[in-house]
Design a protein around this ligand. Structure first.
Ligand SMILES: [Fe+2]
Ligand SMILES: [Fe+2]
Length: 269
């Protein structure tokens, strides 16, 4: 079995979405099997690209230029699923990137267990969205998608705690806020395949946010930092703009993010 950081780099350097996620799933299975056998596999080091390899399609546009479609229409629902597929593919890369990028910081094995498991979930989420799109006669790449999804990764390329603050604890937490409404859109349209897929995603994303919170707190403890203060400082440094309510306070609480972490960030200072 190759070192985990090398696995991560290989996923990042695979362009096609279905291939990337198949490789991600294969490596996660190898990791889990080794861990179940009581091994402590090598983390190693690697040379991750600044930006992950991506397919030629979708065309990436600035958010302003991505056409907005009404969610009430079939085209609007396809656009929504396409946007989620794009987010999930980015999430696959974000999870492997954190593994590959910060090997200089010594972390307990449990950290890697969590990130590999979440990367595997994201791979499944991407495929679920692709399956839904294909069942509707579309596919990932058929529509333009947001450029700039990778910005948070580039902004925090040198700051492990900044990465944890911005990616799982802000961006993935935002997913918890918006997914219930999205599920409602597909319920109203009686689109059961999409409802089932989004419910899987919604349930599993709570754990991803919780992993972020857990390891962020761990690192604050290691450096004797106040977690709330550190979180506010890092989000203000690396995240562009303010956080937008309404928040899913219940799911955020379940994921270990208390209200005094995010409410103060709804206002710029
Ligand atoms: Fe996901
Ligand atoms: Fe996630």
């Amino acid at each position: 079995m190759i070192a985990l950081a090398q696995m991560a780099e290989n996923v990042l350097r695979t362009a096609d979405g279905r291939e990337k996620t198949a490789l991600s799933h294969k490596y996660a299975a190898e990791w889990r099997a080794a861990r179940a056998a009581g091994e402590a596999p090598e983390i190693g080091t690697s040379n991750p690209p600044l930006r992950p390899a991506r397919p030629d399609k979708p065309e990436l546009l600035s958010p302003r230029d991505v056409p907005h479609r009404k969610p009430g229409s079939p085209e609007g629902r396809i656009a929504l699923l396409h946007a989620v597929a794009h987010i999930e593919l980015n999430a696959v890369d974000l999870h492997w990137d954190i593994i590959a990028r910060f090997t200089d910081v010594k972390m307990p094995m449990g950290f890697y267990d969590d990130w590999v498991s979440a990367a595997d979930d994201e791979s499944k989420h991407f495929n679920l969205m692709c399956d839904c799109l294909e069942a509707l006669g579309s596919h990932y790449g058929a529509l333009p998608a947001h450029a700039g999804m990778w910005r948070a990764a580039e902004d925090t390329v040198d700051d492990f705690m900044g990465r944890l603050a911005v990616v799982p604890m802000v961006l993935e937490a935002r997913g918890l806020d918006v997914t219930p409404n999205m599920i409602q859109v597909f319920k109203s349209a009686k689109a059961t395949q999409a409802v089932d897929a989004l419910e899987v995603i919604y349930a599993e994303e709570v754990a991803h946010v919780a992993y972020g919170s857990k390891w962020f707190h761990f690192l604050c403890g290691r450096h004797e930092l106040d977690p709330k203060e550190a979180f506010h400082d890092l989000v203000r440094t690396y995240f562009h703009g303010v956080l937008k309510p309404p928040f899913n306070e219940e799911k955020r609480a379940e994921a270990g993010i208390p209200p005094d972490f995010y409410w103060p960030l709804t206002e710029s200072v």
